[in-house]
Design a protein around this ligand. Structure first.
Ligand code: ADP
Length: 459
């Protein structure tokens, strides 16, 4: 069957073009990856046999002209149906953005489920078509599951001795506990830095294996994202900024934009996930920005989303690297980054956590000038926020076991959540006041006044 159109496609074309189209058709018919091409209105222009199989459409020519959303129903790894209004693929389609994810299952009307890697590629041509592909990753996931278990056990076992090495090196470097000469200090400082790097690597690996394995249980609670992000980012800037970087939270120009200040930015989020995401983005902004540079964090409502952006005036990311930075272990390798430490796992984790909360993450950058990272989370209305707050309050009033204690500043927030079974008492009782109590109060960062604009140089 001709998969391109219901009518024969070769009429009126020269033989060479016809031949090329027939070859393209042959390829599309024979591959196991699903390919769907949709127009700018989301209507299916092409669907290959693999796509038809995976979406449960026996007669794929019937699918032509239908909305792709009616064909492709997605579920999360936790078995939650993704509503069209929160479908990250749909958002990427509307924004005509490149997007990819391995976090969803394709569900057929017959009840079949296939774990897939989905990619969306804007065609880039004159037509404004979008190309959606999906690959069955069931076997990959099974193999990764075995590897994950090994990595998880190994990281767990190695973390303890590394922490002990780091602790002893810290003692050796502390003038109150040891006396050493300058050369020894230099060597031990190097060793201490390396052991810290190793500790972070093991922790990131553990977090990756838990997220990949879907072993982390999310606890979505209603929050005012503006206040929560302001606090997390402020605390991170206070703790890590030793480069005299100018930090701004809120509207960039000092408050002309009243619309942004009045916007409601409520969302259902997992506080530990959000904390890790913001810590990573702000931590990177500090790491990849030079002395005296500038970082700007803001939160605003953007249609159905709450949009967080973290902008820096740092080293930037070359265009050829930009599409890879959310991959596992990917680090840009050039003269600007070679001396900056990192594991290449932070953005992978940030993407996995964002997508687990139904959101999207992406970046824009100009090499040599700076970068902006965006996190879009599904926005809820004030009524929904208040309803969810009531649900939370009622849940908390129910007699429950003593809550599991967690520390706010832990790198292993996600890991801890895996054992915490209570809804964390993380939301302030009133809509307008500040964020989650599980996020330790920022020593100096969160401003008391209502304005969103804070500019400071934190040393
Ligand atoms: P890393 O631990 O290496 O920082 P990440 O996964 O957080 O790992 O980031 C992946 C890579 O993306 C980094 O190695 C760096 O090359 C690039 N990168 C991330 N954030 C920024 C930024 N704000 N400015 C410039 N480059 C960045």
């Amino acid at each position: 069957m001709n998969i391109f159109q219901k009518k024969p496609m070769v009429a009126g074309l020269d033989p060479q073009t016809t031949n090329r189209l027939l070859l393209a058709e042959l390829v599309l018919n024979s591959i196991n990856d699903g390919v769907v091409i949709i127009d700018q209105n989301g209507l299916v222009k092409l669907l290959n046999p693999a796509a038809a199989r995976m979406t449960g459409n026996a007669d794929y020519s019937d699918a032509l002209g239908l909305s792709y959303l009616s064909l492709m129903k997605l579920e999360t790894g936790e078995g939650m149906v993704v509503p069209d209004s929160q479908n990250p693929l749909a958002k990427a389609v509307v924004n005509n953005q490149a997007w990819e994810s391995r976090n969803y299952y394709l569900v057929t009307p017959q009840g079949g489920k296939t774990p897939v890697m989905i990619t969306l590629t804007p065609s880039g041509g004159r037509t404004a078509d979008r190309i959606i592909t999906f690959r069955n990753i069931a076997e990959e996931l099974a193999k990764e599951g075995e590897q994950t278990e090994f990595i998880s056990t190994a990281s767990h076992e190695m973390r303890t001795p590394v922490a002990s090495i780091e602790g002893y090196l810290g003692l050796a470097l502390n003038p109150q506990t040891a006396t050493i000469d300058d050369r020894a200090r230099q060597y031990l400082t190097e060793a201490h830095n390396a052991s810290q790097h190793l500790g972070k690597l093991f922790q990131d690996l553990l977090d990756v294996t838990k997220l990949d394995d879907k072993r982390v249980r999310m606890n979505l609670v209603p929050v005012d994202v503006t206040n929560t992000v302001r606090e997390i980012a402020g605390r991170q800037m206070t703790a890590q900024n030793n480069k005299h970087i100018q930090y701004t939270f809120g509207v960039e120009d000092g408050g002309g934009d009243k619309m942004q200040i009045d916007q409601l930015t409520y969302a259902m989020v997992d506080i530990d996930f959000l904390t890790e995401i913001i810590n990573n983005l702000v931590g990177n902004a500090i790491k990849y920005t030079e002395e005296g540079g500038r970082i700007w964090v803001s939160v605003r409502a953007d249609g159905d989303d709450v949009l967080i952006n973290v902008t820096d005036s740092g080293i930037g990311i070359p265009p050829e690297n930009l599409s890879h930075i959310f991959q596992k272990f990917y680090r840009v390798d050039n003269s600007a980054t070679r001396t900056i430490g990192g594991t290449g796992l932070g953005l992978y984790l940030a993407k996995a956590r964002t997508e687990a909360m139904g959101g999207r993450i992406w970046a824009e950058s100009v090499f040599g000038e700076g970068s902006t990272f965006y996190v879009a989370l599904p926005r809820i209305s004030q009524e929904e926020y208040e309803r969810q707050m009531t649900v939370q309050r009622n849940t908390q009033m129910m007699p429950i076991k003593p809550p599991v204690t967690t520390t706010a500043n832990s790198l292993s927030g996600a890991a801890m959540k895996a054992v915490a079974s209570q809804p964390a008492p993380m939301v302030a009782p009133q809509p307008t006041v500040a964020p989650a109590p599980t996020v330790a109060p920022a020593p100096t960062a969160a401003p008391a006044q209502p304005s969103q604009n804070t500019t400071s140089v934190i040393q």
